[in-house]
Design a protein around this ligand. Structure first.
Ligand code: SAM
Ligand code: SF4
Length: 329
């Protein structure tokens, strides 16, 4: 197996997040505007065979982990075909998906069967009315059923992602955290990033504050394990089957350990979520570039991966690049 490429700061780049669509069946306030979302033109979205070709090239270069994301990946037609074929790529060690869970009760078993073993489901609240306010769609019950379906299908652990927002769901930090006591679920609190900047400064809640709140629920201990090379720092309430994950992209950036590349649904390679630099792989694919040429272009992009983002430090800077649903979260 090829060892992963390293960038100019000696970081091993072994993880690719593949956004397969910019479409979504929700409109989360921190991610998308309610109306007037600028959608990619269909012809500009990578076709499955193009995604598969790039995924195979990436794995040959030493990428060993791929996450399918979006937009909402489960809304793309024939998603099972894509999952099955990515899972079959020789040398790929881990295939995961991030979903809002709305369609999961329909898809959980089949995506597990196709080879996806890790799942992250977004869940910012346990209150149906608040869920509707945050996502602008009244479908908490479907999502909760989807989460249980993922658990029954064999995903272990099921990871639940909550974006912590002051004045929105900060009153539920403890309730959400208790899910890790009741179920073998990892509950991960993520700092809100300034993609949709309206009211951002008031909503931003640093994860240090979340940790202080969690200590009031029950004794909590560090619980980093074998899968701890990601951005989350893990904790566990005494005796709980699940863990708590704390992800602080803004207040404690994890850039020194960043191992990621991102491919947008329209075929742009990004080496940093917060940088505006993109490398157009779709153009190369459609001009008939060879695998060697594409490999060289990806290699060059990795070499220029920025050292860090500059969201924090003094005033929070508004992120001016594309929104999260368009880049692929
Ligand atoms: N639609 C899927 C979902 O929501 O899980 C996958 C794509 S979504 C862009 C991926 C992740 O990005 C979600 O967990 C979502 O909560 C997170 N996200 C989106 N906007 C964010 C923001 N402004 N700050 C922090 N996380 C954000
Ligand atoms: Fe859709 Fe996910 Fe963005 Fe919410 S966070 S609007 S579910 S892409």
């Amino acid at each position: 197996m090829t060892s992963p490429p390293t960038d100019s700061y000696q970081r091993r780049i072994d993880y690719l997040r593949l956004s397969i669509t910019d479409r979504c069946n929700l409109r989360c306030t921190y991610c998308m505007p309610e109306h007037g979302v600028q959608k990619l033109e269909h012809r500009n979205v990578l076709r499955y065979e193009e995604i598969l070709r790039l995924a195979r090239i990436a794995v040959r270069m030493g990428i060993s982990k791929i996450r399918i994301t979006g937009g909402e990946p489960l809304v793309r037609r024939d998603i099972l075909f894509l999952c099955e074929n990515i899972a079959r790529i020789e040398g790929l060690k881990s295939l995961s998906i991030t979903t809002n869970g709305v369609l999961l009760s329909r898809f959980a078993k089949s995506i597990y069967h196709m080879g996806i073993r890790r799942i992250n489901i977004s869940l910012d609240t346990l209150q149906p009315a608040k869920y509707a306010a945050i996502t602008r769609v009244d479908c908490f019950r479907e999502v909760w059923e989807g989460i249980l379906a993922a658990h029954c299908a064999g995903f272990d652990p099921v990871k639940l992602n909550a974006v912590a927002m002051r004045g929105v769901n900060d009153d539920e930090i403890e309730d959400l955290a208790r899910l890790s006591i009741e179920y073998p679920f990892d509950v991960r609190f993520i700092e809100c990033m300034p993609f949709n900047s309206e009211g951002y400064d008031e909503k931003f809640m640093p994860t240090d504050e979340i940790l202080d709140r969690l200590a009031r629920v029950a004794p909590i201990y560090p619980a980093d394990g074998a899968d701890s090379n990601g951005p989350a720092t893990h904790y566990r309430f005494s005796g709980a089957p699940g863990r708590i994950g704390i992800i602080s992209p803004v207040s404690h950036h994890f850039c020194p350990a960043c191992n990621r590349l991102r491919l947008t649904a329209d075929g742009k390679l990004r080496t940093c979520l917060f940088s505006t630099d993109e490398t157009d792989l779709r153009g190369l694919l459609r001009q008939g570039a060879s695998d060697e040429r594409i490999t060289a272009v990806i290699r060059k992009a990795i070499d220029s991966k920025p050292e860090r983002h500059h969201l924090s430090g003094g005033a929070l800077r508004k992120c001016i690049s594309r929104p999260m649903f368009s880049i692929g979260g």
